[in-house]
Design a protein around this ligand. Structure first.
Ligand code: AMP
Length: 168
């Protein structure tokens, strides 16, 4: 369990870490792969969210998925990009969190993913939390924090405890 005082100093509220939906590049499930490819090459992100027209989060899309969808044994059939819908290729059921998710939960997910989608109870897309934003916060915090005299001793005790490995 991460100390609550540390969490509140670092990210309070958690939504401060979030890039709001309006500023997140996205595509709709009913768009074709051609459209998704145009958006991805314009924004230069490797993965972006897929939404319904009602702003619900449905999935994620990336370049390899799209290239795969139009690749046969011996060629890449670019023409097909216009005939396949994103909903048929996207990653379904991405990991999501709610706006009231704990700092610890977010941190755990960001170990494996470089961004997390935030949704409300109706799965409406609210925004994303990126690993970069989280690391910036942690970096800021580590520069800010005042170190007690017995820090070295406390630190080595914590790092040697079994809990550290369990938490990672
Ligand atoms: P970053 O940590 O800023 O490199 O972002 C990590 C990942 O989050 C990117 O590779 C994208 O997949 C996604 N991402 C970050 N910012 C945006 C954005 N404004 N719109 C869409 N996706 C984003």
């Amino acid at each position: 369990m991460i100390n609550e005082n540390i969490v509140s100093h670092m990210v309070n509220p958690i939504t401060k870490l979030m890039i709001p939906a309006d500023n997140v590049a996205h595509v709709f499930d009913s768009n074709t792969l051609n459209h998704a490819m145009l958006i991805l090459s314009t924004v230069k992100y490797s993965v972006i969210p897929v939404l319904s027209v009602k702003s619900k989060l449905l999935g994620l899309i990336n370049m390899p998925l799209m290239i795969n969808a139009v690749t046969t044994e011996d060629s890449i059939e670019i023409d097909k990009l216009d005939q396949i819908f994103i909903r048929d290729v996207m990653i379904n059921n991405p990991v999501t969190i709610k706006e009231d998710a704990s700092f610890e939960k977010i941190l755990h997910h960001l170990v494996d993913q470089n961004f997390l989608c935030v949704v409300d109870d109706q799965d409406e897309f609210k925004g994303i939390i990126t690993r970069r934003e989280m690391l910036k916060r942690i970096n800021h915090f580590l520069h800010d924090i005042s170190i007690p005299d017995n820090f070295e001793k406390l630190f080595s005790e914590v790092m040697n405890s079994e809990k550290v490995n369990d938490a990672i």
